[in-house]
Design a protein around this ligand. Sequence first.
Ligand code: SME
Length: 157
Amino acid sequence: MAEDLLIARGSKEDAYQSLLPQIKGLVAGEKDLVANLANVAAALKEQFQWLWVGFYLVKDDELVLGPFQGPVACTRIRKGRGVCGRSWELAATLIVPAVEKFPGHIACSSLSKSEIVVPVIKTTAVVAVLDADSLDYNTFDAVDQKFLEEMVGFLQF
Ligand code: SME
Protein backbone atom coordinates (compact mmCIF):
# COMPACT_ATOMS: atom_id res chain seq x y z
CA MET A 1 0.00 0.00 0.00
CA ALA A 2 1.32 3.44 -0.87
CA GLU A 3 1.28 5.80 2.08
CA ASP A 4 1.38 8.95 -0.02
CA LEU A 5 -1.91 10.69 -0.41
CA LEU A 6 -2.73 12.11 -3.82
CA ILE A 7 -4.08 15.60 -3.23
CA ALA A 8 -6.66 16.76 -5.75
CA ARG A 9 -6.94 20.35 -6.89
CA GLY A 10 -10.16 21.74 -8.31
CA SER A 11 -13.67 21.60 -6.92
CA LYS A 12 -14.64 20.17 -3.57
CA GLU A 13 -16.46 17.38 -5.39
CA ASP A 14 -13.26 16.56 -7.33
CA ALA A 15 -11.35 16.48 -4.07
CA TYR A 16 -13.76 14.00 -2.49
CA GLN A 17 -13.90 11.90 -5.68
CA SER A 18 -10.13 11.55 -5.50
CA LEU A 19 -9.97 11.07 -1.73
CA LEU A 20 -12.70 8.49 -1.15
CA PRO A 21 -11.14 5.57 -3.03
CA GLN A 22 -7.81 6.30 -1.37
CA ILE A 23 -9.40 6.24 2.07
CA LYS A 24 -11.32 3.10 1.19
CA GLY A 25 -8.02 1.44 0.24
CA LEU A 26 -6.26 2.67 3.38
CA VAL A 27 -8.85 1.30 5.79
CA ALA A 28 -9.53 -1.92 3.86
CA GLY A 29 -5.96 -3.06 4.45
CA GLU A 30 -6.00 -2.56 8.22
CA LYS A 31 -8.19 -4.03 10.97
CA ASP A 32 -7.13 -1.77 13.82
CA LEU A 33 -9.75 0.88 14.49
CA VAL A 34 -7.44 3.51 16.00
CA ALA A 35 -5.01 3.17 13.10
CA ASN A 36 -7.84 3.64 10.61
CA LEU A 37 -9.44 6.59 12.40
CA ALA A 38 -6.01 8.24 12.66
CA ASN A 39 -5.37 7.86 8.94
CA VAL A 40 -8.84 9.11 7.97
CA ALA A 41 -8.35 12.23 10.11
CA ALA A 42 -4.89 12.79 8.62
CA ALA A 43 -6.12 12.32 5.05
CA LEU A 44 -8.99 14.78 5.52
CA LYS A 45 -6.71 17.34 7.14
CA GLU A 46 -4.14 17.01 4.36
CA GLN A 47 -6.72 17.35 1.62
CA PHE A 48 -8.88 20.13 3.04
CA GLN A 49 -6.64 21.98 5.54
CA TRP A 50 -9.51 22.31 7.99
CA LEU A 51 -8.69 23.68 11.43
CA TRP A 52 -9.59 20.44 13.17
CA VAL A 53 -10.87 17.06 12.06
CA GLY A 54 -11.29 13.91 14.07
CA PHE A 55 -13.46 11.44 15.88
CA TYR A 56 -15.31 11.21 19.16
CA LEU A 57 -16.15 7.64 20.19
CA VAL A 58 -19.25 6.60 22.12
CA LYS A 59 -18.01 5.09 25.39
CA ASP A 60 -20.58 4.30 28.08
CA ASP A 61 -22.78 7.36 28.07
CA GLU A 62 -20.37 9.94 26.67
CA LEU A 63 -18.42 10.86 23.59
CA VAL A 64 -14.70 10.50 24.25
CA LEU A 65 -12.03 12.12 22.10
CA GLY A 66 -10.44 9.78 19.57
CA PRO A 67 -7.86 10.20 16.81
CA PHE A 68 -7.78 13.72 15.37
CA GLN A 69 -5.66 16.32 13.62
CA GLY A 70 -5.53 19.89 14.85
CA PRO A 71 -5.34 21.78 18.14
CA VAL A 72 -6.02 20.03 21.45
CA ALA A 73 -9.74 19.53 22.05
CA CYS A 74 -12.31 18.80 24.76
CA THR A 75 -12.02 15.17 25.80
CA ARG A 76 -15.60 14.30 26.82
CA ILE A 77 -18.99 15.44 25.52
CA ARG A 78 -22.32 14.37 26.94
CA LYS A 79 -25.27 13.25 24.82
CA GLY A 80 -27.22 16.23 23.53
CA ARG A 81 -24.39 18.68 24.31
CA GLY A 82 -22.76 20.77 21.62
CA VAL A 83 -22.92 19.93 17.95
CA CYS A 84 -21.32 16.52 18.50
CA GLY A 85 -23.63 15.45 21.31
CA ARG A 86 -26.65 16.65 19.38
CA SER A 87 -25.60 14.76 16.24
CA TRP A 88 -25.21 11.63 18.38
CA GLU A 89 -28.64 12.15 19.98
CA LEU A 90 -30.36 12.73 16.63
CA ALA A 91 -28.26 10.15 14.74
CA ALA A 92 -28.07 12.75 12.00
CA THR A 93 -25.48 14.92 10.30
CA LEU A 94 -25.44 18.53 11.46
CA ILE A 95 -24.04 21.36 9.34
CA VAL A 96 -23.33 24.55 11.28
CA PRO A 97 -22.54 27.54 9.02
CA ALA A 98 -21.73 29.85 11.95
CA VAL A 99 -20.85 28.20 15.26
CA GLU A 100 -21.90 31.13 17.45
CA LYS A 101 -25.46 30.73 16.16
CA PHE A 102 -25.71 27.09 17.30
CA PRO A 103 -27.21 27.02 20.80
CA GLY A 104 -24.88 25.14 23.14
CA HIS A 105 -21.99 24.95 20.70
CA ILE A 106 -18.85 23.83 22.55
CA ALA A 107 -15.95 26.07 21.55
CA CYS A 108 -12.86 23.86 21.81
CA SER A 109 -11.05 26.50 19.76
CA SER A 110 -12.05 30.14 19.38
CA LEU A 111 -10.70 29.93 15.83
CA SER A 112 -13.48 27.59 14.70
CA LYS A 113 -16.14 29.39 12.65
CA SER A 114 -18.15 26.59 11.03
CA GLU A 115 -18.53 22.90 11.60
CA ILE A 116 -19.95 19.60 10.35
CA VAL A 117 -20.61 16.54 12.49
CA VAL A 118 -21.39 13.18 10.88
CA PRO A 119 -22.55 10.24 13.00
CA VAL A 120 -21.04 6.81 12.41
CA ILE A 121 -23.97 4.40 12.60
CA LYS A 122 -23.50 0.64 12.93
CA THR A 123 -26.70 -1.41 12.75
CA THR A 124 -28.92 1.12 14.48
CA ALA A 125 -26.56 2.63 17.03
CA VAL A 126 -24.28 5.64 16.78
CA VAL A 127 -20.79 4.38 17.68
CA ALA A 128 -18.82 7.56 16.96
CA VAL A 129 -19.03 10.95 15.31
CA LEU A 130 -16.72 12.55 12.78
CA ASP A 131 -16.27 16.26 13.52
CA ALA A 132 -14.67 18.85 11.23
CA ASP A 133 -14.10 22.49 12.10
CA SER A 134 -13.18 25.29 9.72
CA LEU A 135 -11.42 28.62 10.14
CA ASP A 136 -14.04 30.12 7.80
CA TYR A 137 -17.79 30.55 7.97
CA ASN A 138 -20.07 28.50 5.65
CA THR A 139 -17.42 25.92 4.80
CA PHE A 140 -19.60 22.81 4.87
CA ASP A 141 -22.59 21.92 2.71
CA ALA A 142 -24.52 19.00 1.24
CA VAL A 143 -21.48 17.91 -0.79
CA ASP A 144 -19.44 17.41 2.39
CA GLN A 145 -22.38 15.64 4.01
CA LYS A 146 -22.82 13.22 1.11
CA PHE A 147 -19.15 12.24 0.84
CA LEU A 148 -18.36 12.20 4.56
CA GLU A 149 -21.40 10.00 5.26
CA GLU A 150 -20.18 7.61 2.56
CA MET A 151 -16.64 7.74 3.96
CA VAL A 152 -17.57 6.83 7.54
CA GLY A 153 -19.37 3.82 6.09
CA PHE A 154 -15.95 2.37 5.15
CA LEU A 155 -14.99 2.12 8.82
CA GLN A 156 -15.32 -1.24 10.57
CA PHE A 157 -16.08 -0.83 14.28
N1 SME B 1 -17.57 22.11 18.66
C1 SME B 1 -17.88 20.77 19.09
C2 SME B 1 -16.91 20.27 20.12
C3 SME B 1 -15.76 19.51 19.57
S1 SME B 1 -14.56 20.45 18.94
O1 SME B 1 -15.05 21.38 17.93
C4 SME B 1 -13.27 19.61 18.40
C5 SME B 1 -19.29 20.71 19.61
O2 SME B 1 -19.95 21.74 19.76
O3 SME B 1 -19.75 19.61 19.88
